[in-house]
Design a protein around this ligand. Structure first.
Ligand code: CTP
Ligand code: ZN
Length: 153
């Protein structure tokens, strides 16, 4: 563990620590989780924290909240090295690396205005993960590098 003088963000009692987030992506992680601070629970972020493995990394700590599989799936696209740590009573009780999924459902919205997922139909957006980015399962529009700009808020 780092000496206290290097600890930038406090430990949390209960919740989720998203660690080893690609430097600069912390705010996009919050967007994926739909967190804007109005929820009332504690949220701490560290940006550009020195990391042995990544050089620099972001860290997002969310108290009293766990992540859904669709949130983790989208997160893996912008932070492929992230680890998700579940904290209970100050202890790390579970640690998982994110994995690039075959598809993501919800969270992202299709950039094609004519896509059925943007009509008033009860259709949940679904994207296939392909080498260039993610491809809409309904209209085949591809979102390339700018995935974070299509987070459905
Ligand atoms: N953490 C926290 N609150 C706790 C326990 C851990 O905020 N009560 C944070 C740590 O600061 C770290 C992450 O959760 O950012 C993972 O904790 P831990 O597994 O103890 O750290 P490392 O061994 O450094 O993790 P890794 O091996 O994944 O790099
Ligand atoms: Zn579409």
């Amino acid at each position: 563990m780092s000496p206290d003088r290097e600890l930038r963000v406090s430990k949390i009692r209960n919740g989720t620590v998203i660690d080893h987030v690609t430097g600069g992506q912390a705010l996009n992680v919050l967007a994926i989780l739909g967190i804007d601070g109005s929820e009332g629970f504690g949220v701490s972020i560290g940006m550009n924290v020195p990391s042995d493995r990544l050089g620099r990394k972001d860290v997002v700590k969310v108290e009293e909240r766990e992540l859904s599989q669709s949130e983790v799936d989208v997160l893996s696209l912008i932070a492929p090295e992230a680890t998700i740590n579940i904290i209970r009573d100050y202890e790390v009780v579970e640690k998982n690396r994110v994995e690039r999924p075959d598809s993501v459902t919800g969270v992202l919205s299709c950039p094609n205005h004519n896509c059925i997922t943007n009509e008033d139909e009860p259709v949940r957006p679904r994207f296939d993960v392909v080498s260039e980015g993610v491809r809409c399962g309904y209209c085949s529009e591809i979102i390339r590098e700018d995935i974070a700009e299509h987070i459905d808020v």
